[in-house]
Write a protein that binds this ligand. Sequence first.
Ligand code: PLP
Length: 491
Amino acid sequence: MTTNNDHKTTRSDDGDLTIHDDAIKNSVTRSATLALDHALDHAKTWLDRLDSRPVAPETDLATLRNRLGGVIPDRGMSPERVIDELVALSESGHMGSASGRFFAWVIGGSLTSALAADWLVSTWDQNAAIYTCGPSVSVIEETAGAWILELLDLPREASFAFTTGCQSAHVTSLAAARHSLLMRQGWNVEEEGLFTAPPLTVLTTAQHHESIDRAVRFLGVGRKSIKLIPMNENGQATAAGLSTALKDNDGPTIVVLNAADLNIGACDDFNELIPIAHDADAWVHIDGAFGLFARASRAKRHLLNGVDLADSWATDAHKWLNVPFDCGIAIIRDSVAHRAAMTVSTSYISSNGDARDQIDWNPEWSRRARGVPVYAALKELGRGGVEALVDRCCTFCDALVNGIGALQGARVVAAPTLNQGLVRFELAGATEEENDERTAEVIDRINATGEAFFSGVDWRGQRAMRISVINWRTTLADVERTIDAVATALA
Ligand SMILES: Cc1ncc(COP(=O)(O)O)c(C=O)c1O
């Protein structure tokens, strides 16, 4: 038998490893808190360095696999050493997406209160499936949901679920839509399934996010049921196109509209389109992954006029509200349909009066209390702070798109109406294909400087660089520093 004092384990002659009770106790009282101290130090260093470290990761895949891969260890190590090694081995491979100069995709940062609250969620380790298993977090999530309805000015009687992201918020919302539309046809989808059910149609524009396709796939409705509505030059579904599509597909129909698409922030004309859809008895679902938060801004909320007429909304708190991943929100006007699509009951789950059991509204069973960081973020910012955050991002996006677009060899493809815009890099006399390559090459060069990070996209047949500003950390200095970095890359 060998004893390893460092690891408080004993290996018997036949190789079995035993963790001693005193090791567990020690781990709780000393080493575990030491690990938390180490994690706190590392976290502070990471945040302090965000402004000075390169935004792009500095390590390649092979190096990361080499460092982080390998076989599962036979012998354990102290928690604090685990944390130190984790940081040492992985840090150079992290993307600086929390930095103020990350403008690729649509990724927010983490507000300090939301980040700290997220740590506490892990520390409390509540199973936020049912009230009984985590009373305080259940009430915190109940409050956070109600505050979100107020902030976004959506029907206060709507039900909600804090999901892992907007993708799962789509699944949750469209499951409620599927329930409601098929129930109207006398079909109970939860009992009967979909095999011989009346077919569902999904109408949306070509600009819809792929997460809608995936939700439709997950729900057994199938991608072939998606039919495209024609758009105008602003990327909005046309009323005539919607009317025709509704006439051509007169079965149960879901209409998915955009409350800001991810390329140009296009918002559909909800006041015009939603009544048309409702006249045809269709369910209207809104993809407002980030754009729905423009409802909090007096300067921008006109872009979303009438969005509150819809039947369901999917959004993310981990985007514009700047809470850590993962936190989406599904909001559904018909709470009966929502609950019918999600609820579960079994003898080992005890309900507590009128308390909110999240399992009735969420697709997950066990789950972390991801609504808690939302509660914290809303307390930190207040209504005014959310509005200021949205407005700042829009102002900075405008400054970036126009500042970069004014550089020699750059062109504004889509000026932002919200926080998303597009630019393209072109050489005089070059073909479209050459300028596609040029755009990709300039993006790579900017990213290689470490000063800022962007991504490319095919938009209306051309390669463009997308500029998304959605982080509370972005400052005017970041905007200026980024324009300088792009100028250098272009030169
Ligand atoms: C418009 C839109 N919808 C849906 C999604 C999917 O959101 P999530 O990644 O939170 O699932 C995104 C992600 O960027 C998006 O921009």
